[in-house]
Design a binder for this molecule. Structure first.
Ligand SMILES: [Zn+2]
Length: 307
């Protein structure tokens, strides 16, 4: 009787028992199952994905290395950097990437060009900034400080990187010291001046970033970024802890502004941020409830008019 039952054991040690009437039927089943396994192995999406992944890795490295200044590490100038700082918009060598990681993600969000996945917005931010623009901001006031190079010791590299991004020693002073940082940030958004935006952002605390435009106008820099459909600036603000749920004086959030501007990219940036997703769900529920109440009233009115 044993001949009429068979067991399939998978590589993760799951097993399935089969029972058939006779040996011929058993062999038919085994052949059928083996064919299915072969077919699914040959068309395995994992193999195709690997090839796609390799192609997209190459494409990402090529695209980002073409950005101005990106053929060398933003800090030590080693050639062919393949690590990135998302929020700084720069490429760097593996050793500097380790030192960036030590600074903490609130200063530098480190990603690998080849090992990490790259959502479209991350590529947009990296393409918009690049090492040349970033150093115009972060090394603008460099003057007589000692530069590091690929042969500098790890200690010297760390000292330089901390001075540059943590102590912000080489930032150029802002030209307009009378206007508040939040207003300067909003003006940079409206002028679409990314370099100035980055410089102001480097000086801002989370409080500055979340400040409202004017006493009677509670829009933040995020409302304005979405109104002018600038997903790169919106993403940079979010990485710098802007509150995506803040409402303007009329109760509109940045998400409402992105929708009004028809900016799918801005909407995507906001939706991929958890807190904004909660608000939009809450809002949808609220709207549905409103609609329900309205339609009930409508029905009651119709009903009473009939009566
Ligand atoms: Zn380096």
């Amino acid at each position: 009787d044993d001949g009429y039952t068979f067991t399939i054991v998978s590589s993760n040690e799951q097993s399935w028992q089969f029972e058939v009437k006779n040996l011929t039927e058993r062999d038919e089943w085994i052949t059928g199952i083996q064919e299915q396994i072969m077919q699914s192995l040959q068309s395995a999406p994992s193999r195709k994905n690997t090839l796609d992944d390799v192609n997209s890795e190459i494409a990402i490295v090529r695209t980002l290395r073409k950005v101005n200044g990106n053929f060398k590490c933003v800090d030590c100038r080693s050639e062919n950097p393949d690590w990135a700082s998302l929020n700084l918009g720069t490429l760097m060598c593996i050793e500097c990437s380790g030192l960036h990681r030590n600074l903490g993600a609130h200063i530098s969000r480190v990603r690998s060009l080849t090992l990490d996945s790259w959502p479209a917005i991350n590529l947009s931010v990296m393409s918009a900034i690049g090492n040349h623009t970033a150093n115009k901001v972060w090394e603008a006031n460099f003057h007589n400080h000692t530069k590091i190079d690929s042969k500098s010791s790890r200690e010297d590299k760390e000292k330089f990187i901390r001075a540059k991004y943590e102590q912000k020693l080489f930032l150029a002073p802002l030209p307009d010291s009378k206007t508040s940082l939040s207003t300067q940030l909003i003006k940079a958004v409206l002028k679409n001046d990314l370099q100035h935006f980055l410089r102001v952002l480097a000086y801002c605390t989370p409080d500055d970033i979340n400040k409202k435009y004017k006493l009677n106008d509670s829009r933040t820099a995020l409302h304005f970024s979405c109104a002018v459909a600038n997903p790169v600036m919106a993403q940079l603000l979010i990485w710098n802890n802007i509150d995506t749920t803040l409402q303007d004086s009329h109760g509109y959030t940045a998400n409402d502004y992105a929708r009004a501007a028809n900016s799918d990219e801005c909407i995507e940036v906001l939706v991929s941020n958890d807190s904004s997703q909660e608000t939009s769900t809450a809002k949808t529920l609220y709207l549905t409830k409103e609609l329900f109440v309205t339609s009930n009233k409508e029905r009651d009115r119709n009903h009473s008019s009939i009566v």
